[in-house]
Design a protein around this ligand. Structure first.
Ligand code: HPA
Ligand code: ZN
Length: 353
């Protein structure tokens, strides 16, 4: 919770989350619970002594790759379809209580398949969680299959072939593709062929870029067909590219608390929120891996408010852009835009009273 007089307005503002990894919602508590439930031994590293030692370690990541080590280790406790469904449901409940009305969530099938979990178990569980959130919480949801940059391209190709064979995109089970994991190191354009094929099929594409990597990672992602950029904070280092991104209306899915925890910035004040607003760059505010970075979406909104003291009009722009750039039908957009308008009106009304 922030100290701003706008806190209640921000809490109630209808939100869309576009950048959250379902595996990044696996809390230390759930890691210990699922390890016990599935009889999976936790790593021998002393940080796994207790929930509290593990939580403490999460406060001191030194880089993206340092975090990814724990993120990939933690997800090894997910075995059965129900584990995936429970994990997704735990995220959606929290998101709902933070004012999320629409959530587009990432998952990393390559990493699970690498340890012997079938594609159907992973997608089946996560999509069960999505269906439950739609039915019981009234959220709209989108599953985005994420390729990981630290594994061979052939493993991504294998998962992509499974997606195509399953017809999950056509059936509306999986709605888009992304890429994530180690940014600097592997070839920038490693998913060129997959993205070219997916583009022909009309599958929406996004990509993690410009988190640790320089703006050429962003321009490469755009060249390969990404219509959205995850993180993208280093865009400010290239004026021309920033103008192009603003002109094209490409959404950046910014994750302030993640950027601080992974030492991409020293504090939220360094996240270029003001610069993006001034340059007309569209962005949404997101939690990335809330179980690892100390905050869900509302904590990220509050951190932005503490750092930048935005006004109601600026929050309205952020909320409306988040709806406009969501991968949902126009009818759903209209409903969400109306809810934002009603929320702003109600706030203005209480101010005037
Ligand atoms: N960056 C790259 N890969 C990731 C992240 C991130 O912030 N979170 C989970 N996978
Ligand atoms: Zn991410």
């Amino acid at each position: 919770m922030c100290q701003s007089p706008l806190h209640d307005f921000i809490k109630g503002l209808p939100k869309c989350e576009h950048h959250v990894h379902l595996e990044g919602c696996l809390t230390p508590e759930l890691i210990f619970e699922l390890a016990a439930r599935n009889g999976i031994p936790l790593p021998t590293d002393p940080v796994y002594t207790s929930i509290s030692t593990l939580s403490k370690r999460y406060e001191h990541f030194t880089s993206l790759d340092d975090f990814l080590h724990f993120y990939f280790e933690g997800m090894a406790v997910l075995r059965n379809e129900q584990d995936f469904a429970d994990l997704a449901w735990s995220y959606f409940q929290k998101a709902h209580s933070d004012g999320v009305h629409h959530a587009e969530v990432f998952f990393d099938p390559q990493v699970h398949e690498d340890r012997g979990i079938p594609y159907e178990t992973i997608v089946g569980g996560f999509s069960k969680g999505c269906q439950r959130a739609e039915k019981e919480l009234g959220l709209s949801t989108r599953l985005i299959l994420c390729f990981v940059r630290h594994l061979p391209v052939d493993s991504a190709k294998g998962v992509y072939d499974e997606l195509v064979a399953s017809k999950h995109f056509e059936a509306g089970v999986v709605h888009g593709l992304g890429w994530s994991s180690s940014e600097v190191g592997p070839p920038k354009d490693m998913f060129r062929d997959i993205y070219a094929d997916a583009k022909v099929k009309g599958i929406p594409l996004t990509a993690h870029a410009g988190e640790e990597g320089d703006p050429t990672y962003i321009s490469t992602a755009l060249e390969l067909g990404a219509t959205r950029i995850d993180h993208g904070i280093r865009l400010v280092e290239d004026e021309e590219l920033m103008k192009r991104v603003a002109r094209q209306g490409t959404l950046l899915t910014v994750c302030p608390l993640s950027n601080v925890r992974l030492r991409c910035v020293k504090s939220v004040k360094e996240v270029p929120i003001r610069k993006f607003l001034e340059a007309g760059v569209k962005f949404s505010i997101n939690s990335d891996d809330p179980a690892y970075f100390g905050g869900y979406i509302l904590d990220n909104y509050c951190a932005v408010q503490e750092a930048f003291g935005l006004n109601v009009l600026e929050w309205r722009i952020i909320a409306e852009n988040s709806v406009q750039e969501s991968w949902i039908a126009d009818e759903r957009k209209a409903v969400l835009l109306e809810r934002i308008e009603a929320h702003v009106k109600e706030y203005m009304h209480t101010l005037a009273a």
